[in-house]
Write a protein that binds this ligand. Structure first.
Ligand SMILES: C[C@@H](N)C(=O)N[C@H](C)C(=O)O
Length: 403
């Protein structure tokens, strides 16, 4: 988001970002919506406020990066802007172009649009001007007037990680496949279910007792999410030790009770069925298994799988291209581990994670960069092992708790 007074350079910065990045960036300009589309005054109850939010959300949902730019006075627009930032599942960056009134008047006078200059005079600019009209909670990075247009654009591209990402959406490929060289084996592949399980009986253990960074987003009352088999914990420890200094594993989810797995699977399959009424039951089952494992072979319900990502040394989640648990539809398949429609930096982070986890003996699921498992049926098939060692398991209930 780019805010600032009239003639502070917001739209030039937005245009410059798009010129560098190419297609895939939507510019949502307050002036365009308020003046051109609605032709309304800027008031606290203006219809443009909700419309800006709706357009930005729709563009994000369609897979675009969004640059929202405008004067967007803090007292009128901060609620809309902070809600957008709060609800956005990717990363958000807010900038305020801090240009003194005198400099905005000079920039304004240099505009080529004579009709606009006639309509918008210096006294308009002066009456609209608000000094350092920042949003609450330190959301914005203030860019001083001394920063040149080129420097501002380069800085924002760098910070937002948009320097070299390819435009979205990516080239189309068949929805249930990888590429010709590395076809994905889906969880629904009958070869996975055909792998026998020789249950080894290892218990579930709580990773929170072992110093891992554990993200609370999948937390449940019993702490089931933080459990994994003993051997999985050992591998996690090894993977963690293999990461370069300054990066750490961020643990999101391990064990998942079978009933929850069943619910996730049914919900997602029903979502696909609503979006693709022409798909057969088999197509639905297969495509659902890109994102949720069929319950009968679920690695999470065997305590064999972990969803993990990377954090920096202060625990801040790193950018790995999409949010963890982004669905193929939501992310234009950028959630696929080897997706090409992510930035170089995100790719680098994915490679760090993949290398560490695979070296520690995990197998990744190619449709989810964050999902790894060991000694379950999927892992056994991919590593050509004759049987799995972890089958479905139940988490012991604490003594005295209701069943
Ligand atoms: C739902 C998603 N986070 C997930 O866990 N997917 C894998 C494939 C699974 O269900 O095992």
């Amino acid at each position: 988001m780019i805010r600032g007074n009239s003639a502070s350079g917001k739209s030039s910065v937005a245009q410059g970002l798009r010129d560098h990045y190419g297609r895939g960036i939507a510019i949502v300009g307050q002036d365009v919506i308020r003046r051109n589309v609605l032709r309304e005054h800027d008031t606290a109850r203006g219809a443009n406020i909700a419309l800006l939010s709706t357009i930005a959300r729709a563009a994000l949902d369609a897979g675009f990066h969004v640059v929202l730019e405008g004067i967007l006075y803090a007292d009128r627009y901060s609620h809309m802007v902070t809600s957008l930032v709060r609800d956005h599942r990717g990363s958000s960056h807010c900038y305020y172009l801090d240009v003194p009134l005198e400099a905005t008047l000079v920039r304004h006078a240099s505009k080529a649009d004579a009709a606009y200059l006639e309509q918008v005079t210096d006294s308009h600019l002066a009456s609209w001007y608000r000094e350092l009209d920042l949003l609450p909670s330190g959301l914005e990075t203030v860019i001083p007037a001394a920063s040149t247009l080129q420097d501002t654009i380069a800085g924002i591209l760098r910070e937002t990680d948009l320097t070299s990402a390819s435009p979205v959406p990516p080239p189309q490929c068949k929805s249930s496949q990888g590429d010709a060289m590395n076809p994905l084996v889906l969880m629904s592949d009958p070869r996975v279910a055909a792998i026998p399980v020789r249950e080894c009986g290892e218990p579930l253990v709580d990773v929170r007792d072992h110093g891992f960074r554990v993200d609370p987003r999948k937390q449940d009352p019993l702490g089931a999410f933080a459990h994994v088999r003993e051997g999985v914990l050992a591998r996690l420890k090894q993977a963690r030790s293999l990461l370069p200094a300054g990066t750490d594993l961020l643990f999101i989810e391990g064990y998942r009770p079978l009933a929850l797995q069943q619910r996730y699977f049914t919900e997602y399959r029903d979502e696909l069925a609503a979006a693709h009424p022409d798909w057969t039951a088999e197509e639905l089952h297969q495509n659902a298994s890109r994102y949720v494992s069929p319950p009968e072979i679920a690695p999470h319900s065997a305590g064999a799988a972990v969803d993990v990502t990377l954090a920096d040394q202060d625990g801040h989640e790193l950018n790995l291209g999409t949010r963890v648990n982004a669905s193929p539809e939501e992310s234009y398949r950028a959630c696929f581990t080897h997706a090409t429609n992510i930035s170089d930096r995100a790719r680098h982070h994915r490679t760090l994670l993949l290398n560490a986890m695979e070296s520690a003996g995990f197998t990744n699921y190619g449709t989810e960069f964050w999902h790894f498992s060991a000694a379950d049926r999927y892992h056994a098939l991919m590593r050509q092992e004759p049987h799995a060692r972890y089958g479905p398991i139940q988490l012991a209930q604490p003594a005295g708790s209701a069943t």
